[in-house]
Design a protein around this ligand. Sequence first.
Ligand SMILES: Nc1ncnc2c1ncn2[C@@H]1O[C@H](COP(=O)(O)OP(=O)(O)OP(=O)(O)O)[C@@H](O)[C@H]1O
Length: 322
Amino acid sequence: MIVADQLNKHFKIYETKKGFIGSFTSLLSTKHHVVKAVNDISFNIQEGEFVGYIGPNGAGKSTTIKMLSGILHPTGGSIKVAGLSPQKRRKDVAKKIGIVFGQRTQLWWDLPLRDSFDILKEMYKVPDTKYQAFLKLYDDMLQIGQFMNTPVRKLSLGQRMRGDLAAAMIHNPDVLFLDEPTIGLDVNAKTSIRSFLKELNTNEKKTILLTTHDMDDIEQLCSRVIVINHGQIVLDGSLEDLRHNIGLPSVIEVQYREMPKHLPAELDGIEKMRWEDDKLILMYDRSVLSSPSLLQEVAKWGEPVDIQMKEPDIEEVIQKIY
Ligand SMILES: Nc1ncnc2c1ncn2[C@@H]1O[C@H](COP(=O)(O)OP(=O)(O)OP(=O)(O)O)[C@@H](O)[C@H]1O
């Protein structure tokens, strides 16, 4: 469904000089360096897969998605989405894909949400009956009906994201590219968006490529993970492969009634221990130290008032890969 073959995107960054004259001479300068944002990437995503595309800041995730959706032209390599090249058949590919960029809305900022939908309906030539069915279905799934008449600029981030997701689905595409759709959302908003995406994938068999910095998104949604760093794939496999390959540590946060006076310098199974404000963060290897044993251990150091189990963030996952 989505095939990338030896995909590359190199950006030339021209040197700029300070000051007015500097800015002027910079325009004429040919001095530059090259950023290999995507550097020889290949993958093949089958119909109906839900794939997490993860990596640290600047790894090349957005650049890949922009090439897959035809927004950017690759420096080298080839792409097929639903059998078509997004570069050669951009309009045809646009009908088959939906895109959401969490950091930037694709809706018309000053118009009520409904007007944005009406414009997209006309752009994609969606028949009236299908459009009415879409509005009903998406009100059921994302409860967008309650803010359809509100200008997009007045929506909360969670409402706006639900609007953006619905807008991406107006033409009922087979493939969805989602670039950080849960960024900045609170727990409830994340939960509702995740269950919506799960439904799209499970019931409607949509093929989804998702970038995120939230390990919970990956855990709850993706059957496969592609990890990239410095523009190159460092791992392509299941979540179990990811855990197995890097021994993904578990994390707990403990808040004590009073700061413990003594902490053990080291303990078998604990990989890292640090303070974040008044919380003690412990990263541990469950195959060496079970969670109940660790809980018993931390209770010996002081009186815990709050204990939270957490997943490590993507940056920590990537660090483990290297
Ligand atoms: N238009 C551009 N011109 C020059 N360099 C660019 C451009 N777009 C991206 N880059 C560079 O390409 C690299 C990859 O950027 P990209 O936005 O794809 O990363 P990312 O993995 O999506 O990061 P993040 O998680 O921070 O969104 C970075 O070094 C970035 O500075």
